[in-house]
Design a protein around this ligand. Sequence first.
Ligand SMILES: [Cu+2]
Length: 297
Amino acid sequence: MSSSQKRTGSFSRTAKSLALAGVALLVLTACAEDHPARRGWLPGDRDTTSNTAELTDLWVNSWIAALVVGVVTWGLMLWCIVAYRRRKGETGYPRQLAYNIPLEIMYTMIPLVMVAVFFFYTDQVQRSVDEPHDNPDLTIEVYGKQWAWDWNYTYTADDGTEYEVHDTGVQAHLTGEEGVRDTLPTIYLPVDHEITFELKSRDVIHSFWVPAFLQKRDMVPGRTTYIYLTPQETGVFDGKCAELCGEYHSEMLFNVAVVEDDEFIEYLEGLDEGHLGDEYNRNPNLHDSAELTGGNG
Ligand SMILES: [Cu+2]
């Protein structure tokens, strides 16, 4: 064995053990119960709302499937590059192959099956997440407007008291200093209660997004779109508009405070009664929202 062959041998051994060690390290760290890798580095927590576990599983499993496909594809490519490399003394093109029917059928069918599987699971999760509440504890009608939000709360408390109150926000004022988050308008949600969000717009297309809830939905003038969820963990989360909607889109921010029931009722009692409806829309000639409900934004 020549010395160069020996060197190549020990190099490939070192590379192999390094790769193995890397994979082992990755697997071990990802095994830790609360490692972000287990959630595919998504924001929030698996149990933040009644929908986040399902959405997380769809995301993580899709990534695993995509990675398996990637590894097989990269492996085949590498194998071709190495096994069919130009060897000493070879000239011209290698033997050209075309019209291998079984092979062509295979690489048409496999992607079709993969797309069908992705479609099946995506559809399943989407149906489950978008399943309307028959009788939600709380309905919040959210109006997006350049560049803030109006919230109408309709809530029936456990003792039967009914609330129809509203709150209204103004856009954030991003100064570049710390502490702006504390000045943002805040939407309050009672933990462990079914909530239906009715999403509307007063002017242009906005999008209601709470990253930790893993859900985002367009708010389209003249239509109503919906989000159905049950918050399962108390805390304060970031909310924002996710549809470029004009000059101060980046300041169309809010906080989401998920609180215990008594704190929620205390908050509702501090709000003004009544409803800020379509009469404040900037496009009064649009169809009545009620005629055009539905759709997923
Ligand atoms: Cu917006």
